[in-house]
Design a protein around this ligand. Structure first.
Ligand code: HEM
Length: 245
């Protein structure tokens, strides 16, 4: 079920924070958690996203899925989250069903192959450092950057069948959290987005030190303040969560 309206916000945030989304949908939880972390790390970007939400949605209702087209900066924040640290940096391993030759390489039958999503996300770009969190790169029509929605979900026949559900769900969770709450690190320097190289399945990739195992990569437990952005918003959250019970 796509989350069209995030009225059970507290429950959902709680579920997200404890990463209790199970199975395939866990990747949705990871993406939302990653976004919360980068928002706490990048307060200037968080403020830009919130200003856009306030302009479009106003203060007396929660965002809904139909606001998405009018929220390009929030959309760019989500894309940049998926690029900056893809939930599945090497996708799922697959095995070849027959001998193959590709680009001068002979790949025997039954070889494990990976789509290196991490490498695509680090594609060379003259202007932007791939380790920096820069949503703005998705907003310049004159210099198009590859859209992470085109590679974060895999490729071909076995592409993720949940991608459209994931897209809507990630959007509505993040936009609602940003509309209602300010996210702050607990202490200066608490979260360090330093990248480190690591080898996984014989492939070298880099991940932030604050993330877990790169096979399925999500933030290690982190502390941050989640503060309602105003009294009015606190009342709105309470009224929605009470009416959802
Ligand atoms: C942000 C969220 C998500 C991400 C980043 C993600 C990513 C991926 C990736 C990279 C693959 C491997 C594709 C390949 O091998 O080419 C995959 C497979 C799969 N995903 Fe997702 N996924 C997400 C959400 C979901 C959701 C919400 C569902 C279901 C409700 C789902 C169900 C599946 C299933 C069943 C497969 C296996 C498909 C197959 O082997 O044929 N995913 N996903």
């Amino acid at each position: 079920m796509a989350v069209r309206h995030c009225s059970q916000l507290f429950t959902i945030i709680n579920a997200t924070l404890t990463v209790s989304f199970t199975g395939a949908t866990e990747t949705v939880g990871m993406t939302v958690l990653t976004c919360m972390m980068v928002m706490a790390l990048n307060l200037d970007k968080q403020r830009l996203a919130q200003e856009e939400i306030d302009r479009v949605v106003g203060g007396d209702r929660m965002p809904n899925i139909s606001d998405r087209a009018d929220l390009p900066y929030v959309d760019a924040v989500i894309k940049e989250t998926m690029r900056w640290q893809p939930a599945l940096p090497l996708g799922f391993p697959r095995a070849t069903t027959r001998d193959d030759d590709y680009n001068g390489y002979h790949i025997p039958k039954s070889t494990y192959v990976f789509a290196n999503t991490w490498y695509i996300s680090r594609e060379h770009n003259e202007k932007y450092d791939p380790d920096e969190f820069i949503p703005e790169q998705f907003l310049n029509p004159d210099e198009p950057v590859r859209d992470p929605w085109s590679y974060a979900f895999g490729f071909g026949r076995r592409v993720c069948p949940g991608r459209y559900l994931a897209e809507d769900t990630v959007f509505i969770l993040i936009v609602t959290i940003l509309a209602m709450f300010k996210l702050e690190p607990l202490a200066e320097g608490e979260l360090t987005p330093k990248f480190t190289l690591t080898i996984i399945w014989s492939v070298i990739i880099s991940i932030p030190v604050i993330f877990t195992d790169p096979r399925i990569s999500y933030p290690k437990p982190f502390k941050c303040r989640i503060i309602p952005r105003s009294e009015a918003k606190a009342r709105l959250i309470l009224s929605k969560s009470m009416s959802a019970i």
